[in-house]
Design a protein around this ligand. Structure first.
Ligand SMILES: C[S@@+](CC[C@H](N)C(=O)[O-])C[C@H]1O[C@@H](n2cnc3c(N)ncnc32)[C@H](O)[C@@H]1O
Length: 249
């Protein structure tokens, strides 16, 4: 049996109960680079294998990961494939599920809290809010060809835009939106390392988005009027959260 488990954004308290249970019972855990060490540590009995993929760094090939999963399951091990956020949101979880299905290996999906929602929420940004946004769109910034048609089709300001894997293309994404009629003064944010002790949020405008200094931490971009709420709902939450995480170490 293989469990494709969502690890949430980082803080172990944001795991589902089922995710924590599968980790506690696992014999083998294959985990991605963005899964926090605190979450991996919950697999107390397991052989823990990093198969991480970080932009620009060596990673285990997808085919090898699929093979490792199948091999471990055939040996009768309880296998957890641990992925950041939710396994089916830009995580290639679907491909792994298909590979397991093709090999006749029973599997389950344990959904996780995606950074697409949790990173804005922890920064005090509701992705929908009456009077400000009644829809939100989540895109990957990884490939221009994937996000361009989606963002181009949006009426300016009609939805909150959330971009994962978008830090290296933030300038291009901002100019695309501006070229489609979005105001340069539209509030924008980047939520870095949400739910970890290193979390911080940059807030500014769409016009400034491309000039945010580069940072090693993973970040989620949010564009839309809802970002203006971060000033009211955000700071109050992030500080005690950071203190709590420090205190628990
Ligand atoms: C390959 S995608 C995987 C997304 C994941 N499956 C999910 O549902 O959150 C990785 C991207 O998620 C975002 N991300 C992951 N962890 C994050 C965190 N703790 N804080 C902010 N953004 C995060 C970043 O945009 C990063 O580039």
């Amino acid at each position: 049996m293989v469990s494709l488990v969502g690890a949430g954004p980082g803080d172990p308290e944001l795991l589902t109960r089922r995710a924590a249970l599968r980790l506690a019972e696992a014999d083998v855990v294959l985990y991605d680079a963005l899964v926090s060490p605190e979450v991996v540590a919950l697999a107390v009995h397991a052989l823990r294998v990093p198969v991480g993929k970080r932009a620009g760094r060596p990673s285990t090939r997808q085919e090898s990961i699929n093979r490792l999963l199948v091999r471990a399951a055939r040996r009768g091990k309880r296998v957890v494939r641990l992925k950041g956020g939710d396994p089916f949101v830009f995580g290639r979880g679907g491909e792994e599920a298909l590979a397991l299905s093709a090999a006749g290996i029973p599997f389950e999906i344990v959904p996780g809290l995606s950074s697409a929602l949790s990173a804005p929420a922890l920064a005090g940004i509701p992705v929908t809010h009456r009077g400000l946004a009644s829809a939100f769109v989540v895109v990957s910034g990884h490939a221009e060809a994937a996000y361009t048609p989606v963002l181009s089709a949006l009426a300016p300001g009609s939805a909150t835009v959330v971009v994962l894997m978008g830090l290296s293309r933030s300038a291009g994404i901002a100019s695309l939106l501006v070229s489609k009629g979005w105001k340069r003064t539209t509030p924008a944010a980047i939520c870095f390392a949400a739910s970890t002790e290193d979390s911080f949020t940059w807030t500014g405008t769409l016009g400034d988005l491309g000039a945010v200094p580069k940072h090693e931490a993973p970040g989620t971009i949010v564009v839309g009027e809802v970002v203006s709420l971060a000033g009211v709902l955000g700071g109050a939450h992030e500080q005690p959260e950071r203190e709590r995480l420090h205190a628990s170490r």
